[in-house]
Every structure is written in structure tokens, then in C-alpha cells.
Design a protein around this ligand. Structure first.
Ligand code: HEM
Length: 210
């Protein structure tokens, strides 16, 4: 069998449903949140249900997003721990940005950049949820907490949105064929060997391919 006819399973059906639920709830929460936040961005309300509707739907989309991030955490946290190679990788990120794969330590199933995205999304989702609850029920909260939440919610949102903009760029344009992994669940052996060599070797060890 030619190596390009072989499929390397990357994400199972649960992971793909989980990921796209995160993406949709995130996009909706971001769109509605930005529309509520600034009059300059209020036009986004027209794309997400209208000004009246989004005041009610925004917090619920945030609850859904947080719940899906909790699911992601349960599923991927163990795989996302940084090892010694990952720490070196992070000091050489410029080589990654310029596609000099040979100058980087080998990555496992996820590279160190992907792991950092995961952890940054876990942290910002937590901050967004906690500050969001304070803003949702202000009459029950002390003034000091409300002031902290007013600053924390948009700051965490900006951090999260910035991370996802980079992530979308990586997943669609910078690393060709990644979308196939998240849409269909598999990649070719060549893709796995180029982007995640340690993970590729583990996979090869578990098959009888040469
Ligand atoms: C909205 C558009 C999005 C697109 C086009 C997209 C695309 C992708 C793709 C192609 C992968 C597979 C990468 C690989 O196989 O190495 C992936 C993985 C992943 N996505 Fe997304 N994604 C989106 C939104 C999100 C959101 C909102 C989150 C929320 C936290 C997220 C979190 C992740 C994580 C943690 C992974 C695994 C690690 C990584 O590849 O960074 N994604 N995404």
C-alpha cells in the first residue's frame, strides 16, 4: 500500500463535535459581546439576532462555551502538558513561523503553540465565566466585584479573541490540510510526519507499516 493511501486517525467524532460546538458558541458569544460592548460595533447585533435578543442570548452562549471548554479540558488536558521538547520549541517559535521545521524539537500530537492556545483558552474561559456571572446578576454583587468584572470581562474577551484569530489563521491558511483533520478526522502519514513527528512514530509503532 502506498503511504499516501493510508489514513492516520487524528480526531474522533466526539472531538470534532466538541470542537465545532466550541467554535460556534465562541463566535456567537464574541459577536454578541462585541455588539453589546461598544456602540462602534453595535452593527454586529444585526448579524446575531438584533439588539433586544442578544442581551438575553449572549450570557447563555457564554454558558454553552464554558461548558464545552470544560468538556475539552476533560478530554485533552492530559495530552496538553508541556514536556522538555515543548519548552525548547517555545523559545524557537520564530523558526515555526518561518516554516523551518528542522530547527525545531519534534512535536507530539500537539505542538507547544497548540498547547499554549489550549491553556490560554481554558484560563480566559474561566475569567469570562466568573466575571460574566457578576455582570449578569449585578444586583446581587458588591460594587467592588462589579468594578473588577467590568474591567476583567472585556480584557479576557480580547485575549481570547486574539488567540482564536491566530488559531483560525493557523488552522486554515498557515498549516494546509489541518482542516481535514477537524472535518473528517484523519490526516495523511506525510502530514503527520512533517507536523507531529513524535506522534507519527507512535502511530507507526502501533501499526505494522514500514
Ligand atoms: C472558529 C473557527 C475555528 C477553526 C477554523 C478551527 C480550526 C481548527 C483546526 C483545523 C484544528 C486541527 C489542528 C490540528 O489538527 O493540528 C483545530 C484544533 C483545535 N481547536 Fe480550533 N478552530 C476554530 C475555533 C476554535 C475555538 C473557538 C476554540 C476554542 C477554544 C478552538 C480550540 C481548538 C483546540 C484546543 C484545538 C486542538 C489544538 C490546536 O490545534 O490548536 N478552536 N481547530
Amino acid at each position: 500500500m502506498k503511504s499516501n493511501e493510508v489514513r492516520v486517525a487524528r480526531f474522533d467524532g466526539y472531538e470534532r463535535v466538541m470542537h465545532w460546538m466550541a467554535a460556534l458558541s465562541f463566535l456567537y458569544a464574541a459577536l454578541t459581546g462585541l455588539a453589546i460592548w461598544s456602540p462602534v460595533l453595535y452593527w454586529m447585533a444585526a448579524l446575531s439576532g438584533g439588539g433586544f435578543v442578544i442581551r438575553g442570548t449572549h450570557p447563555w452562549s457564554g454558558v454553552l462555551f464554558t461548558a464545552v471548554i470544560g468538556w475539552m479540558f476533560a478530554r485533552w488536558a492530559k495530552t496538553m502538558g508541556l514536556d522538555a521538547d515543548d519548552r525548547v520549541w517555545l523559545t524557537r517559535m520564530d523558526k515555526y513561523a518561518t516554516h523551518q521545521h528542522d530547527a525545531l524539537p519534534e512535536s507530539g500530537k500537539f505542538n507547544a503553540g497548540q498547547k499554549m492556545l489550549f491553556w490560554s483558552q481554558v484560563v480566559t474561559a474561566l475569567l469570562l465565566m466568573v466575571s460574566g456571572v457578576v455582570l449578569w446578576f449585578p444586583e446581587w454583587m458588591p460594587r467592588s466585584l462589579r468594578l473588577v468584572a467590568i474591567a476583567m470581562h472585556p480584557l479576557a474577551a480580547i485575549g481570547s479573541i486574539a488567540g482564536i484569530i491566530v488559531h483560525i489563521y493557523m488552522g486554515t491558511m498557515s498549516v494546509p490540510r489541518s482542516m481535514r483533520a477537524m472535518l473528517l478526522g484523519w490526516v495523511t502519514p506525510n502530514w503527520a510526519r512533517l507536523h507531529h513527528p513524535k506522534w507519527y512514530r507512535e502511530w507507526r509503532g502501533s501499526t505494522n507499516l514500514r
